[in-house]
Design a protein around this ligand. Structure first.
Ligand SMILES: Nc1ncnc2c1ncn2[C@@H]1O[C@H](COP(=O)(O)OP(=O)(O)O)[C@@H](O)[C@H]1O
Ligand SMILES: [Mg+2]
Length: 362
């Protein structure tokens, strides 16, 4: 252990060295007297511990402490003095100085040194762990954003293929069926043509619905129109009354934000149909005070804490991460037997300000 001792009395230095030797600690110690020497020593060498007399010629240990560079780790700093009152000692510890030992009580030095080193080590460990955790959370958030973008790209590509290949073929078959029907088909053939046409219309409808879920082309007509479409098809499919309200029909925002809001509405409605067991859903869309909010509220059974923490449920967690990728956040408020609200809020970039990176450029 390397110790720096700020002390202008050679005798006091000797006493401290003797007290340290009695502890059995392995150490080397260097004495400095002036503030300049002290700062130079501290910048040249990494000390494990600093011991400092309180009152020195022209400055105090507090000045020395305050002059230490704040960057990086500062070693534990213990005041050794006979001339400091309890109040000053307390103030020193408030400033971040590790501890205080009275010069008349050097027998207590070992205990104080060991405790300071231990506290210092624990604090450094915690700082390191906090940093690692923050870095890992950041990586996870970046990864979530990357995955979302990849999923959206993949969905858009599949939608395009359905459109170009399947959609194109179905349209051609429809034309041909029409041609056969017009060119003197027998009654029996016509019955088959009608049946085939009906199946065909069903297939066209299904492929359009699948494309719409994969890539909401209707978003091009604005978020309100897209959510309205979602709400209407949800009501038709489930029979749950769905009420949509907005303060702005022509609500506009960068594409990633619109897509995030749309996917949030989609997942919230899917959850409502799967779990809520409710009779009404209210969807509210607003852009008041430069914040886009989307609220999906049901009057169903509510979400329990247990449901929320299901290990394999990623719907709401995914939405939370997704909201973060566009600078927003997701709140879930729920009351048992009364219902659930999923609230997405995204601050909108001011006009002229950079929009979030368009991950979902499709
Ligand atoms: N609107 C809702 N009403 C009641 N329970 C819900 C509602 N939304 C979600 N839940 C509960 O919360 C759980 C987590 O939902 P979610 O994160 O979307 O995951 P998943 O849908 O994959 O289960 C669901 O399994 C369900 O038990
Ligand atoms: Mg879900």
């Amino acid at each position: 252990m390397v110790i720096l001792h700020l002390e202008d009395s050679a005798l006091d230095h000797q006493l401290v060295c003797r007290a340290l030797q009695k502890t059995g600690l392995q150490f080397s110690i260097r004495r400095v007297e002036t503030l300049i020497e002290f700062l130079r020593a501290a910048s040249e060498t990494r000390f494990d511990l600093i011991l400092a007399d309180y009152r020195l010629s022209g400055f105090t240990a507090l000045d020395a402490w305050a002059a230490l560079p704040k960057i990086g780790e500062r070693p534990p700093f213990i005041l050794l003095s006979g001339t400091i009152g309890e109040a000053a000692a307390v103030a020193a510890i408030h400033m971040g100085i590790s501890d205080y030992v009275h010069k008349d009580d050097l027998d207590g030095l070992e205990r104080v040194v060991l405790r300071s080193l231990e506290v210092h080590r624990a604090r450094a460990d915690k700082e390191r762990a906090d940093q690692e955790l923050a870095a890992s959370e950041k990586r996870l958030a970046e990864f979530a954003g990357y995955l979302q973008a990849a999923i959206e790209r993949e969905r858009a590509a599949i939608a395009r293929e359905i459109h170009d290949d399947i959609g194109g073929s179905l349209a051609a078959v429809k034309l041909d069926l029409g041609w056969i029907s017009r060119h003197g088909a027998s009654t029996e053939t016509q019955t088959h043509i009608d049946a085939a046409t009906e199946m065909l219309l069903h297939a066209i409808g299904a492929s359009q619905r699948i494309m719409m879920n994969l890539r909401p082309a209707i978003l091009d007509q604005g978020l309100f129109a897209a959510v309205q479409w979602l709400a209407e098809s949800f009501e038709r499919r489930t029979g749950i009354k769905t009420v949509l309200r907005t303060n702005s029909i022509s609500l506009s925002a960068p594409k990633p934000i619109l897509l995030t809001a749309y996917r949030t509405a989609q997942e919230a409605l899917t959850n409502v149909s799967k779990y809520a067991n409710c009779t009404v859903v209210h969807i509210e869309l607003s852009n008041a005070e430069a914040v886009l909010t989307l609220e999906v509220t049901d009057n169903g059974k509510g979400i329990t804490a247990l449901d929320m923490n299901k290990p394999k449920a990623f719907g709401l967690r995914g939405l939370q991460e997704r909201a973060k990728t566009v600078g927003g956040w997701l709140d879930v408020s729920t009351i048992p037997a009364k219902g659930t609200s999923i609230i997405l809020s995204i601050p909108l970039p001011a006009v002229g300000e950079d929009a979030p990176v368009d991950h979902f450029n499709d």
